[in-house]
Design a binder for this molecule. Structure first.
Ligand code: ADP
Ligand code: MG
Length: 727
């Protein structure tokens, strides 16, 4: 009898919520307590240094060595006063998650003792021996040096008594080895390009910032049950498991009451997040059982992304104190919804104008239309790239499934905006949306209220939602930077093109507003095919999208090719976000990661099938055989035949599944061997996708059938119905 099941279920259901003690003060007292933000800078830095640093951050320029020394000194003092003993450069290599290597503050004092020290040199730049991070061949092992360099735009923070300094990570020869470097480049390029266009409407604009508000979905599962599932532990998802009779069909979980144990977890998570200055605001149940979501108030994209990475590690930490495990995998359980991470994205000027927000004056509305039209053009032109930016071995399970956005990027604008665009496109002379607000000078008057997003299309991967776009195809475990790099760079490139043409035409003496409207019309016409307000899950849409020339590729390794198309390379080079060398190297990493993830899954599945499932099925089969044997001994032959008929059939069916599993596992191993012999990372990934993945599905099919037949007490793994309902 499997003891774990009864023990775990008992534990899982009998567990009381862990009591959370929050300080008895209001959130303002501890919010950002562990962040070296401007208030702390002001307190701990000499006046001149504070001014210099703030100035550098605001104007996006580097600081000099003397300033760095002074900042390091203040930062160290603050950190030590707040319990830190170590410091680390915190960076985002091309793996999932973040990396850190801790050093303590101590240095020899020259007299046989130590002093606590932290110089500007150590703050600003380090040389981690990071040769084993993925780099796609950019560094061979004898040139293993990589540099991490302080990103002054994201404040340092204290986590687990360690001062963490957000840094970029680049190779000795200057190629990016992380997500942050290209993200900063992309943000910089969209800043410059958007400023050019925003100045047509307000010449005073100095900067345009990109904003990100992510919505993080996740599953929780009781730790005891998690520990009894090697597949969850090693791959983040269940590789087998029959659907529970009840899962989400009653739609009773979404926005339902949050279970007490989970609420305690959320409360503590929010407290920890707030201490780190992460403005968590929203929490609710999601569609699937045990699925939840949290979202912050949006922030500048680079900071928001740091905060998302930070919250993902905080979640695991806090969960373990509540006897939970957090599953960030996009599809931990078959048959119920997977998890995404909607990226709400917008642009705004340093003067506080949100550029995707319709305004009150005709100038503001024209500006709004110009920016939305340019986003549309960029998403149209780079739809394949945007899809590649969110694709991974894990997100592949979610996209294209009957729940999440399809594996086609299209754009939802809503009825009103669509109407406006259609009229603009048709060059109608009067666009009149509410009585009295007619068109003046051929410029649409759009009352602010009008675009309140009432009709949102949940099947759209990229939707306009009132004052922002929601890029919904991003996976729950992803680093948002990947999507944000592609999107901001693509939009930057498009805005530059737009500004080039407009500049040229007004240089030739044409009228600014007519030129802008004219060019908007051209964009709208050219990119009309990206607009789709219908049901993204329907089969017709796949056909229609292909007819429109949108990318409908469903194989992840082939989607990655979009990064290396002539158009993508040109766009990334022109915006300064990636060099061709970087793009090629990164694709090697993408293919390699894809292969490795599937390889691990295939191995785990094979092991479980042979070591867990087949032995259990055989034991049950032998119980049945025993039974039949006894029946035959006891009853006359004809009668025995009748009585034992069902068991005999069961024995045969089990034997069939067992033999299929054995055969398929052998084929799976063989198929891996064949794939592994391929030397090109791309070919290898394609082979894993085409040959290994389908075998895994077939093995799972037989295992799930066995789960339905075999004695519950013998079945060696916790079942969906046990894992999916936290009480
Ligand atoms: P919903 O689930 O209805 O989309 P949520 O409240 O869960 O709404 O999440 C909305 C997210 O959008 C939040 O993270 C919020 O901060 C973000 N957001 C709102 N306005 C903007 C904006 N202008 N730019 C970027 N993000 C935004
Ligand atoms: Mg949303």
């Amino acid at each position: 009898m499997s003891t774990f099941r009864f023990k775990s279920v008992e534990e899982a259901s009998g567990r009381k919520p862990v009591e959370v003690k929050l300080p008895d003060t209001d959130v303002r007292k501890y919010y950002a307590k562990n962040v070296f933000n401007r208030q702390k800078m002001f307190e701990y830095l000499p006046d001149a240094v504070f001014k210099e640093l703030v100035e550098a951050i605001d104007n996006k320029r580097p600081i000099n060595r003397m300033t760095a020394d002074a900042v390091a000194e203040g930062m160290r003092r603050w950190a030590i006063e707040n319990g830190a003993r170590h410091y680390t450069h915190w960076f985002h290599p091309l793996t999932d998650g973040t990396a850190e290597k801790h050093d303590s503050f101590i240095e020899h004092d020259g007299k046989g003792g130590v002093i606590e020290n932290f110089s500007g040199k150590l703050l600003v730049q380090q040389e981690p021996d990071a040769s084993s991070f993925p780099n796609g061949g950019l560094r061979n092992t004898f040139e293993a040096r990589g540099y991490s360099a302080w990103d002054i735009s994201s404040p340092a923070f204290i986590l687990n008594n360690t001062l963490c300094i957000p840094t970029i990570f680049i190779s000795y020869t200057g190629e990016s080895l992380d997500y942050k470097t290209p993200l900063l480049r992309a943000l910089n390029s969209v800043d410059k390009a958007a400023v050019r266009v925003a100045r047509y409407f307000d010449p005073e604009v100095k900067h345009v910032n990109s904003f990100l508000g992510w919505e993080q979905e996740y599953f929780l599962i009781d730790e005891a049950l998690y520990s009894a599932r090697p597949d969850l532990m090693l791959t983040g998802r269940t590789l087998m498991g029959h659907e529970s009779a009840k899962n989400q069909q009653l739609e009773d979980h979404y926005f339902g009451a949050i279970p007490k144990r989970v609420e305690a977890f959320m409360l503590e998570l929010e407290y920890e997040a707030h201490k780190l200055g992460i403005p968590i605001k929203t929490r609710h149940n999601e569609v699937a059982p045990n699925q939840f979501e949290l979202a912050p108030i949006y922030e500048e994209t680079n900071l928001a992304n740091d905060h998302n990475l930070l919250i993902m590690s905080l979640m695991s930490e806090v969960a373990s104190r509540h006897n939970f495990r957090v599953l960030l995998h996009e599809k931990p359980f078959d048959g119920v919804n997977g998890s995404g991470k909607h990226n709400n994205w917008s642009l705004g000027t340093d003067k506080g104008t949100l550029l995707f927000s319709p305004g009150k004056t005709k100038e503001q509305n024209l500006q709004f239309i110009v920016f939305v039209a340019n986003v549309m053009a960029a998403v149209h032109r780079h739809n394949a790239l945007l899809k590649a930016s969110i694709m991974s071995a894990t997100n592949a399970h979610r996209l294209g499934g009957n729940e999440a956005p399809p594996a086609i990027i299209s754009m939802f604008l809503g009825q009103q905006l669509t109407e406006i665009f259609e009229k603009l496109e048709a060059n109608e002379s009067n666009i009149n949306f509410s009585p009295g607000d007619g068109m003046d000078l051929n410029v649409a008057q759009i009352p602010a209220l009008m675009l309140d997003n009432t009709d949102r299309n949940r099947t759209s991967p990229f939707a306009f939602t009132g004052n922002r776009f929601e890029f919904r195809a991003v996976g729950s475990s992803a680093n948002c930077a990947s999507a944000m790099i592609a999107l901001n760079a693509a939009v930057a490139s498009q805005l530059n093109q737009f500004a080039d043409i407009v500049d040229k035409r007004i240089g030739d003496g044409e009228d600014l507003h007519s030129v802008i409207l004219d060019e908007v019309r051209i964009l709208l016409k050219k990119s009309r095919d990206i607009r789709f307000d219908g049901n993204g899950y329907s089969e017709d849409w796949t056909k229609e999208a292909a007819r429109r020339g949108l990318d409908t590729q469903t194989s992840a390794p082939l989607m990655f090719d979009a990064y290396l198309s002539a158009d993508s390379i040109q766009m990334f080079e022109e915006t300064g976000v990636f060099s061709k060398v970087e793009l090629y190297a990164r694709n090697e990493v993408k293919w390699e990661m894809y292969t490795k993830k599937i390889q691990i899954e295939a191995r785990v599945l094979g092991d479980l099938a042979i070591n867990h499932i087949i032995p259990a099925a055989t034991r049950y089969q032998s119980l049945l055989l025993d039974n039949v044997y006894k029946i035959k001994n006891l009853f006359p032959e004809a009668k025995a035949h009748d009585i034992a008929a069902q068991d005999m059939k069961g024995i045969e069916v089990i034997a069939h599944h067992i033999s299929e599993i054995r055969l398929l596992v052998d084929t799976l191993i063989e198929s891996r061997k064949v794939s592994n012999r391929l030397t090109s990372e791309r070919e290898k990934a394609i082979s894993y996708h085409d040959n290994v993945c389908p075998l895994m599905d077939r093995i799972r099919y037989h295992i799930d059938k066995l789960e339905l037949m075999v004695d519950n007490e013998i079945w060696p793994l916790p079942k969906y119905r046990e894992m999916l309902f936290i009480r």
